[in-house]
Design a binder for this molecule. Structure first.
Ligand SMILES: Nc1ncnc2c1ncn2[C@@H]1O[C@H](COP(=O)(O)OP(=O)(O)OP(=O)(O)O)[C@@H](O)[C@H]1O
Ligand SMILES: [Mg+2]
Ligand SMILES: [Mg+2]
Length: 496
């Protein structure tokens, strides 16, 4: 039955119903059932047919496809920003699309047109058009995909993005994979303009495997015969898998060293990992712009002005972001894997060198018990220098949930049915983080609070008590949902 009320909020409510509930995930896990793999791609193809497109239609979008454990979103944002410079100066690409995940404040941030989140109105329109087509279509009969059925959350959004971009006449689109590559919902694209594989590491082990080699196999699945592929320096085991899979597919894979032309280009943060992301983005953007006839010569000695401005002006919210408030300097970074948290905490440590105010960390990582092991490296990165020995790494450490507001709970765009609600209520994971922190940094004041809003208020409270002229150095990390919620509250924004 077609639904009647069709606002943006209605779309988000419907979308949230497409999340796999925690109880189902748990039952599957206990039965040893792995998430959709090959079958998942076949199902996506059926859904694509039912919404009225063939994989060949996707080629009209001139897709740059990016996989990787870390740096996917940043790489995609750089490419998009370079495109935007060409668009402003040369009128092309005519329209650009950017599909990323997860979102910070609003689901619609995942689908950007000309770098801006798609409007609520357009999101709702395309969301429900996809919905109706899936309800009504009798194409692509498949016993695994009953007529009228819908794919899960991230897969559904992929369909909405394709529909939106094709309807809006997007000429160049950048796609970030959700999980993995080979079986990711975005992997229906058969002739990308280029594929890019960013830094590989360990994450999503339940789906992708527990070694970097197994993970590399999945990510390499986005390389396509006939399309060039690029990667950056990787761990040897991962690099080998990429090279072998490229050979199998007869793909020209280039492993890029950090681009020397980046010297003097002010990318943020000025860190090796970000230079790798930028290097990858340069190669991907170059390939696309050449294909579109917008770039003829690419000097070897320096980057074109458009590339430099694109890289320097790129804004990727919630990653290594600093916000000054009267008595609090907020450092927000959505890192949420072991490796990226190491990078992130070093970044925070370097940002606050020489600053004296109280240090406050606000951390969460919902539903991942293994995250307790991420805490020690953060604590190490913030160890005091010799003159300050005896002081804790952080004066205050707050563990909170990802629930946005103290009074009204989750913002609709953050409702998460895939985690155990009772764990959130009981603050189970936060309590175990707190216990761990107290053992590794015994002088820190450790607190557990129920919402993001409470955590921010706590840091502001510490600032109130700080001596004249000192401001709190606050570090918000561990989860992009936490960082997004925090930014939304700090800016009273609805989308970023
Ligand atoms: N190349 C990299 N290597 C290691 N860490 C990185 C790299 N790029 C970014 N990071 C860290 O990871 C965080 C997330 O970056 P980004 O959003 O680009 O990654 P992603 O691959 O899109 O991650 P997600 O799994 O959340 O979609 C950044 O804030 C930064 O701390
Ligand atoms: Mg990820
Ligand atoms: Mg991402």
């Amino acid at each position: 039955m077609a639904s009647t009320s069709r606002s943006y909020n209605d779309a988000i409510d419907k979308l949230n119903e497409l999340q796999t509930p925690f109880a189902v995930i748990q039952a599957r896990h206990q039965a040893g059932i792995l998430p959709d793999s090959v079958l998942g791609i076949a199902k996506m193809r059926a859904y694509l047919t039912r919404i009225g497109y063939t994989p060949a239609d996707l080629d009209r979008l001139n897709i740059i496809h990016v996989a990787g454990t870390k740096g996917k979103g940043s790489t995609c944002a750089f490419v998009d920003s370079i495109f935007s410079q060409y668009q402003q100066r040369h009128g092309g690409p005519r329209k650009t699309g950017l599909f990323t995940s997860p979102h910070l404040m609003a689901v619609r941030e995942r689908i950007r047109i000309d770098s801006k989140p798609i409007s609520e109105e357009l999101f709702a329109k395309y969301f429900f058009e996809v919905w109706d087509r899936l309800e009504e279509s009798r194409e692509a009969p498949d016993p695994e995909v009953p007529f009228g059925s819908k794919p899960v959350y991230a897969r559904y959004l992929t369909l909405v993005s394709w529909h939106a971009f094709l309807q809006e006449g997007v000429e160049a689109a950048v796609y970030e994979t959700g999980i993995g590559g080979e079986y990711d919902s975005t992997n229906l694209v058969s002739s990308p303009v280029a594929s890019g594989i960013s830094t590989l590491g360990i994450d999503h082990v339940a789906v992708l495997g527990d070694t970097v080699e197994k993970i590399a196999w999945h990510k390499a699945g986005i390389m396509k015969t006939g399309s060039p592929a690029f990667t950056i320096e990787q761990l040897p085991g991962a690099a080998e898998v990429l090279v072998n899979r490229a050979k199998e597919k007869n793909v020209d894979l280039q492993a890029l060293k950090i681009d020397r032309r980046l010297e003097g280009v002010k990318i943020r943060p000025n860190a090796t990992f970000q230079k790798k992301n930028a290097t990858l983005a340069i190669a991907l953007a170059e390939t696309a712009l050449r294909k579109l006839g917008l770039l003829k010569e690419m000097p070897e000695s320096e980057l074109p002005r458009e590339f430099i401005d694109g890289l320097e002006k790129c804004v990727f919210r919630g990653r290594c972001e600093v916000k000054e408030e009267k008595k609090v300097t907020w450092h927000l970074d959505g890192a949420h894997t072991a490796d990226s948290l190491k990078m992130s905490s070093k970044w925070f440590a370097s940002e606050i060198t020489g600053r004296t105010g109280p240090r406050v960390m606000i951390f969460n990582q919902q539903g991942r018990v293994e995250a307790v092991d991420f805490l020690q490296p953060i604590c190490n990165a913030l160890k005091r220098s010799d003159d300050d020995t005896g002081k804790p790494s952080f004066d205050h450490v707050v563990f909170c949930t990802n629930v946005t507001y103290a009074q009204t709970g989750y913002k609709r765009d953050f409702v998460n049915n895939t985690i155990d609600p009772s764990e959130v209520d009981k603050l189970t994971v936060q309590r175990s983080f707190a216990e761990k922190w107290s053992s590794i940094d015994p002088k820190a004041k450790v607190v557990v609070l129920p919402t993001i809003e409470d955590a921010l208020n706590y840091a502001r409270g510490v600032a109130e008590g700080a001596p004249e002229g000192e401001s709190v150095q606050a570090y918000v990390t561990g989860s992009l949902h936490l960082v997004g919620g925090a930014l939304g509250i700090l800016e009273e924004a609805d989308a970023l």
